[in-house]
Design a protein around this ligand. Structure first.
Ligand code: ADP
Length: 435
């Protein structure tokens, strides 16, 4: 345990149906340690255990909620929170009762599906940025897993996804509640490369990957009765206007959703009510007052933290839990592509071809300093004959050095082993490997 003069320990007594909220600053080494002293409490649907100290690290925005009375001990590292007086507060007003009722309704649909050997509820969560979409997904998944269900989680938020790093779409089967510190158990995830943090950068590719993801979900449901009756929870990004709204309709159609939960936006709710077929239930739920609004620079920091965590793991006790390796790779040993050619005016294209047709093209990227700091996805595809766009991703590397003379790359990789596949896809997302 740290015995620093700047550590302040405080006891919090929570009444039933209330939550302790706090935020750990980004870009600091600050952390908050939490001990459950008495009673039962949970963080976004995952239960706290007595005797296990939980550490929340930089960037964490947390609510510890209880249905009953509870006593908590929070140890706040104030060394980097100078000037901040209110780092933690208790809130009695939360939408948790409405959220839990939604969970109960979904559970009834699962029971019915189980009995009738049909499909469980497919739920899409939508709303603008920072309304708690990912948090609600986590809550619904954790509550389902706690009842022994195995819902499929599909994360289509390419900006702030919870399954892989930004710029990807992912899905997993959630058989156990997520760990409060470590997040979801990422057993056999399906991950597709998109390559940027907004679907608007390549709507054609995004649409293609959404329908491919829906296919993989249907396949999983065919293989597993349990998954099938447990249903699907789909998280989406915050792009809800114009073409973003059309994208939501595309997603709803591909996954044949039964329920759409709209967080916080009545206009979007009314639009979906108007446009969705009758068998789709559209619900409007309020956002929690605890959800922290992030401006675009905080969102960029959060993306950076996600990439950092992919390579370095969690920074427990100021130590990293993984040790990424520098890989040295010859230019000749990999083939790098990006998806989508720069848009040319139609007049420059061969007759009958539109610039749109280019957005699904694999474009070879020749080695150069331009690749520095870019995240690359390692495709499972083994040859150009495979459908590379729709292939699963094995993992990621970041290019940290380009030696044009020796014709070698240096790359940051979570593993010391040279990746067993040589088709790599370039992402627009960049990561600076500095501490
Ligand atoms: P969205 O997916 O809509 O962008 P998130 O679910 O990621 O929003 O929520 C934004 C941030 O707010 C997250 O860091 C999350 O941990 C935090 N948060 C959500 N609900 C609460 C709450 N009740 N109290 C404190 N922080 C919360």
């Amino acid at each position: 345990e740290k015995k620093d003069a700047t550590m302040r320990t405080e006891e919090y007594k929570l009444e039933a149906v209330s939550e302790l909220r706090f935020e750990v600053e980004t870009g600091s080494d600050a952390s908050v340690q939490l001990d459950l002293l008495e009673g039962m409490a949970e963080v976004f649907g995952a239960e706290l255990t007595k005797g296990r100290q939980i550490t929340f690290e930089e960037g964490a925005k947390v609510a510890v909620f209880t249905w009953h009375e509870v006593l908590l001990l929070a140890c706040l590292d104030l060394s980097h929170l100078a000037g901040k007086t209110e780092v933690a507060y208790i809130a009695k007003e939360t939408p948790m009762v409405m959220y839990i009722n939604t969970h109960a309704a979904l559970e009834q649909m699962r029971q019915k599906a189980e009995k009738e050997k049909t499909r469980g509820p497919r739920v899409m969560v939508v709303g603008p940025t920072d309304v708690g979409k990912s948090t609600l997904c986590r809550l619904l998944l954790n509550y389902a897993a706690r009842l022994g269900r195995a819902p499929i989680f599909v994360d289509l938020d390419v900006g702030q996804g919870d399954i892989s790093i930004p710029g990807t779409l992912g899905s997993i089967v959630v058989e156990r509640p997520s760990d409060i510190e470590e997040g979801y158990n990422l057993n056999a995830p399906v991950v597709f490369h998109f390559g940027s943090s907004s679907p608007s950068h390549n709507t054609q590719l995004f649409k293609l990957l959404v329908s491919k993801m829906a296919d993989t979900v249907n396949q999983k449901c065919d293989q597993s009765k349990k998954c099938c009756s447990s249903g699907v929870i789909i998280n989406t990004g915050g792009w809800v206007r114009g073409a973003g709204y059309d994208m939501l309709k595309h997603i709803a159609g591909c996954f044949e959703v039964d329920v759409i939960i709209v967080l916080d936006q009545e206009r979007l709710y009314n639009e979906l009510k108007r446009d969705m077929p009758d068998f789709v239930e559209v619900l409007l739920l309020p956002k929690s007052g605890g959800v922290v609004e992030r401006n675009s620079s905080v969102r960029a920091d959060d993306r950076d933290l996600k990439v950092r965590e992919y390579f370095y793991g969690l920074r427990k006790d100021n130590k990293d839990s993984f040790y990424p390796h520098p890989l040295h790779i010859s230019f000749n040993d990999v083939k790098i592509y990006k998806i989508g050619a720069p848009a040319l005016p139609d007049s420059c294209l061969p007759l009958g071809m539109k610039s749109q047709d280019n957005m699904l093209k694999l474009v070879p990227v020749s080695p150069s300093n331009g690749l520095l700091h870019h995240v690359l996805s390692i495709s499972m595809a083994t040859s150009m004959e495979d459908n590379i766009l729709e292939s699963n991703i094995l993992g990621h590397v970041v290019i940290t050095g380009v030696d044009m003379e020796k014709q070698m790359f240096t790359a940051l990789s979570p593993s010391a082993v040279t990746p067993p596949r040589n088709i790599w896809l370039m992402s627009e997302i960049q990561f600076m490997d500095i501490d």
